[in-house]
Design a protein around this ligand. Structure first.
Ligand code: GRF
Length: 205
């Protein structure tokens, strides 16, 4: 079976939604390992409670290059069966840009979730960016990771209407609710081999 590795840095609510959906919806993928770059990430405890192996590879104070750090992640993924042939990697609030070498190794096998309708509002604080811009709609995007920041073929998007009285907090909350549906759905599509990438497009069958 396909093996899943999830990379987190904090709260881990998207990770939790994926892990729970795997069990409940019988997504044909084995949750092999959750890796955090921060030792105090709350998501680690959630993963452990759900019976998934966790590992911390601390990035703070790491002296090497971006790839040298990522190589440690790749080694850990590989040791746990999340290989470029038989693995899927989900970035779930992983607050690091991954190196092109990592991306190339796992070509079209790394997913990310972003709290905006890409290509609008990439980068940090996307919900605030959408509000400040006066957008009427925002949402979330699950996409394959390529060499850019928050770029790569889009698998799923979910739209959220922005209300006149929304704050960054209220909008983030409503978007997060959609994230928790969209990310497990994208993992399901991948696991069932229903996504084909053609250039910039991810075609769902
Ligand atoms: C989510 O909003 C996700 O879209 C973004 O970072 C946040 C992570 O939240 N990439 P969580 O750790 O999954 O709760």
């Amino acid at each position: 079976m396909l093996n899943l590795g999830i990379l987190i840095s904090g709260r881990g609510s998207n990770m939790e939604s994926i892990l729970k959906a795997i069990k409940k919806k019988r997504i044909p993928i084995n949750p092999a390992i959750v890796i955090s770059n921060k030792p105090d990430a709350d998501g680690l405890k959630i993963a452990q409670r759900l019976g998934v192996k966790t590992l911390v590879i601390e990035s703070r104070g790491f002296k090497g290059s971006r790839w040298q750090y990522d190589r440690k992640i790749v080694e850990a993924l590989t040791e746990n069966g999340v290989t470029p042939l038989n693995g899927l990697v989900c970035l779930a609030g992983f607050m690091r840009i991954i190196s092109p070498k990592f991306v190339r190794k796992y070509k079209n096998r790394i997913l990310n979730i972003h709290p905006a309708l890409l290509p609008a509002f990439p980068g940090l604080k996307s919900q605030k960016q959408a509000l400040d811009y006066g957008s009427k709609y925002s949402g979330c995007t699950v996409h394959f990771v390529d060499d850019g920041v928050d770029t790569g073929p889009i698998i799923i998007q979910s739209v959220v209407k922005i209300k006149e009285d929304d704050t960054e907090e209220t909008l983030s909350k409503r978007i997060l609710k959609e994230e928790h549906k969209a990310y497990p759905e994208a993992v399901n599509l991948f696991a069932r081999k229903r996504i084909k990438v053609s250039g910039l497009r991810a075609i769902i069958s």
